[in-house]
Write a protein that binds this ligand. Structure first.
Ligand SMILES: *Cc1c(COP(=O)(O)O)cnc(C)c1O
Length: 459
């Protein structure tokens, strides 16, 4: 093992060094992948040097998400103390299903869940778990909502027409999950949004009343804290009142921006969070842990047990259910996704998590100020959002994003809201400084100047 760690050290150092010169890795067209790198698997082993060399080449050719050139997705950057936790969880290789197999790591996960519950304002009756990503924590919320609305569905299968409500701007996992859990994609109602991309509570209530008249069973309302494109926040309080009136499970999908929970300045964006039934947040988005670290907490832990526990005498042989986390999780064997957030949290404190979140909003302010004060740009997004959406000159967003990628300049994506398509700059990498944001725009402008031939038709 010692030798392996030396290899790891050498390759990681080579990567870190190369990233300084090349924040964006050299573009390999997917059609050329297998001729560019030798990824084939052979009958005979490689010798040690070849083995290390082949891995190093692969690592150096891989897309770089930890640098100041990556703005493509809703994650990015590289937090050293979170990475330490992740590496140790791989080294320890526990399964979080039982206390016997994970020991104190159970307490690590529980401490995070307890603290998140406390910060929401819930009591000891709250609990939660981690699942492999926000899509899956959303799935868990839907399963619990289904089991509350139709308790017999667990044993007999689903017979009623259950309905799920989510905004048009919400994450695509909602219809997928509706298919997975027997509710069906056609029973997802897409609620219109206002001009800021937030779910329209008035329209929601109208849709619910209409469905009730037609004999449907409104089962779950999914709100989003940080919609995928605009990073908008749906209104919690007004929607909660509707849900309570009609007895509907209310979940907040905070995968992207639920971490505003840690910020005194931005927590108001999820005002009313203590009223909902479940809340999910990804540590691997705003907080910057490695993928994946997705948390769901529920106000009443009874629902986690009701929907996810199953007896298994070969597995649960010691200790109480409160320490055997397999009784409340989606998986059986489950990797330790909690430790990386715990090492991060321990190292910077809750006040440090707040700084991480606030810094991302400050970076977004810098980006918005830049776009507003330069006349070649058009802004499409709003204040209090970590997604800065804009266009440059008349260049179609898709064209410029793809050209920047193919020329290994910048990794950034595009999005659409209503009729507009635009570049979406996500300021989610907390290791970035304000100058990195300014540099992003300078590089984009220089790129367009240098490649005028590509954009002739648009300038
Ligand atoms: C990213 C995201 C998800 C999905 O999370 P994964 O961890 O990628 O599965 C769900 N909802 C929202 C709003 C997201 O931004």
């Amino acid at each position: 093992m010692k030798k392996t760690l030396d290899i790891f050290q050498r390759i990681s150092e080579a990567l870190l060094e190369d990233e300084i010169k090349h924040p964006v890795s050299k573009h390999i067209p997917s059609s050329k992948l297998y001729e560019t790198l030798d990824l084939s698997l052979k009958q005979d082993p490689l010798d040690e040097d070849e083995f290390e060399q082949v891995i190093k080449e692969l690592v150096l050719a891989t897309t770089r998400t930890g640098t100041n050139g990556f703005f493509n997705q809703l994650f990015g950057g590289r937090n050293p103390n979170a990475i330490l936790g992740e590496l140790l969880s791989v080294m320890l290789n526990n399964s979080m299903a039982t206390y016997k197999a994970a020991g104190p790591q159970i307490g690590v996960e529980k401490s995070i869940l307890r603290k998140v519950g406390d910060m929401i304002g819930w009591d000891e009756n709250a609990d939660g778990t981690l699942a492999p990503g926000g899509s899956m924590t959303n799935y868990m919320s839907m399963v619990m909502a289904r089991d509350v609305a139709a308790p017999l569905s667990k044993t007999e299968g689903l017979k009623q027409k259950l309905l799920v409500y989510t905004s048009k701007e919400s994450h695509y996992s909602i219809p997928k999950n509706a298919a997975f859990c027997g509710i069906g994609r056609d029973n997802v109602r897409y609620v219109p949004t206002d001009d800021f991309g937030r779910l329209d509570a008035f329209q929601l209530e109208k849709m619910i009343e209409e469905d009730l008249k037609n004999g449907g069973i409104p089962t779950l309302v999914n709100l989003t804290a940080g919609t995928t494109v605009l990073a908008a926040f749906d209104p919690v309080r007004s929607v909660n009142a509707i849900c309570k009136k009609h007895n509907i499970w209310l979940h907040i999908d905070g995968a992207y921006c639920g971490s505003v929970l840690f910020s005194r300045k931005y927590k108001h964006l999820i005002d009313g969070v203590e009223l909902v039934d479940s809340f999910s947040v990804n540590g691997h988005k705003m907080l910057g842990t490695p993928l994946s670290c997705s948390i769901i907490v529920v106000k009443d832990k009874k629902h986690l047990h009701d929907s996810f526990s199953n007896e298994a005498s070969y597995l649960y042989q010691t200790d109480h259910d409160a320490f055997n986390l397999g009784k409340t999780s989606l998986q059986c064997g489950r990797r330790n996704d909690a430790l990386k957030l715990w090492t991060l949290w321990k190292s910077v404190g809750t006040s440090g998590l707040e700084k991480i979140v606030d810094h991302q909003f400050a970076l977004a302010d810098t980006a918005r100020d830049y776009v507003r004060s330069h006349e070649d740009y058009t802004l499409y997004s709003f204040d209090d959002s970590v997604a800065v959406c804009f266009n440059y000159k008349n260049i179609p967003a898709q064209k410029i994003c793809t050209a920047l990628y193919e020329h290994s300049k910048l990794m950034v994506g595009y999005g659409q809201f209503k009729e507009d398509i635009f570049i979406r700059l996500v300021t989610i990498n907390a290791q970035n400084e304000h100058q990195d944001i300014i540099n992003f725009f300078k590089m984009l402008e220089a790129f367009v100047d240098e490649h005028a031939e590509l954009f002739q038709a648009d300038l």
